[in-house]
Write a protein that binds this ligand. Structure first.
Ligand SMILES: *Cc1c(COP(=O)(O)O)cnc(C)c1O
Length: 221
């Protein structure tokens, strides 16, 4: 592939190519540009190139960074991809258009309450601890059916499953497993794939890829 003019153009071209290989349409795949740790000055060039879907992993950081940008660009969509504490549910529902990290019953209750109060339905992905890793966020695979039942009972709009596979291992089997779990539960969304593996994720059914460093450069450690 010829090198493209900007990182965003490069990522878009790679998404299109992976979609083509998988016999999918590129517009079935939403690129969520993960701007965590990066200031508005780094985000603006992507906005100027037409990117409108962004993701952050901390409520407080997003509250500091996004209100001004959203006022200037009302069609921006902001996604939360990081762990959410139940006591931040109101803030999250007020600020975000999509939540990728629903992972436990207490958060189902907190988000349902917050959405009722705000009169605003925010689509959610249930995050699955796909590699059964000890310290990793996400719902255990065995607990997924009960958590989905609970979310349905609470009226939460669950649109799919999300995962972050274990580091340093081939991610494809984990993406395939998430795709199967989503299919088993009749969920259309699969939030999977990051800078190092989003093309693989697209070939295995990703509907949302969460790409940070490939767009913004590396983050401070
Ligand atoms: C930071 C982050 C990403 C983006 O990671 P990159 O490797 O920089 O693309 C994606 N998903 C989640 C949950 C993240 O925290």
């Amino acid at each position: 592939m010829e090198s493209a003019a900007t990182p965003l153009e490069d990522v878009r071209a790679r998404i299109a190519q992976a979609a083509h290989i998988a016999d999918r349409e590129p517009d079935e795949i939403t690129l969520v540009a993960i701007s965590k740790t990066h200031p508005a000055t780094a985000i603006q060039p992507l906005i100027d190139q037409g990117q409108r879907v962004f993701g952050e992993n901390r409520v407080q950081e997003a509250q500091a960074k996004w209100p001004a940008l959203r006022e200037a660009y009302p069609d921006i969509e902001l996604h939360l991809v990081g762990q959410l504490q139940s006591n931040k549910a109101d803030d999250a529902v007020a600020l975000f258009d999509c939540i990728h990290s629903l992972d436990r019953p207490s958060l189902v209750s907190a988000l349902a309450k917050a959405m009722d109060k705000a009169g605003r339905q925010v689509p959610c992905f249930v995050q699955v601890n796909i590699g059964a890793e000890q310290q990793k966020g996400g719902c255990a695979i065995a607990d997924l059916p009960a958590l989905l039942d609970r979310a349905r009972e609470a009226g939460l709009p669950v649109i799919g499953l999300m995962c972050v596979p274990p580091l340093e291992i081939e991610p494809a089997p984990f993406f395939a497993l998430l795709d199967k779990l989503a299919g088993d539960h009749g969920l259309p969304g699969r939030s999977m794939g990051m800078s190092g593996d989003y093309e693989t994720a697209i070939m295995l059914g990703a509907t949302h890829v969460r790409v940070g460093s490939a767009l913004f450069g590396s983050r401070p450690a």
